[in-house]
Design a protein around this ligand. Structure first.
Ligand code: ZN
Length: 80
């Protein structure tokens, strides 16, 4: 898998799977390695992690609409 050749949309989807821990082991390892080498993916992931953490904290406090994560993913796909 060559992350650089993926479209941004596909890459964001992958990063979201990575954050959800839904990525299979080998791809996960690849992405972790890519993150260490690629500044733009690293900063995007950091932002996503912060957002996911905030959403999870909110989830504990109340019940956010099930559409919140989908809306976030959709808006991230519109970047670029
Ligand atoms: Zn990258």
């Amino acid at each position: 898998m060559k992350l650089e050749t993926l479209s941004c949309r596909r890459r964001v989807a992958l990063l979201l799977d990575y954050l959800d821990r839904e990525l299979p082991g080998p791809e996960r390892k690849l992405l972790a390695r890519h993150r260490a080498a690629c500044r733009s993916c690293a900063s995007l992931l950091t932002t996503l992690e912060r957002t996911v953490r905030t959403l999870r904290a909110l989830k504990r406090a109340s019940k956010p609409p099930a559409s919140a994560r989908r809306a976030l993913a959709a808006s991230l796909r519109n970047i670029d």
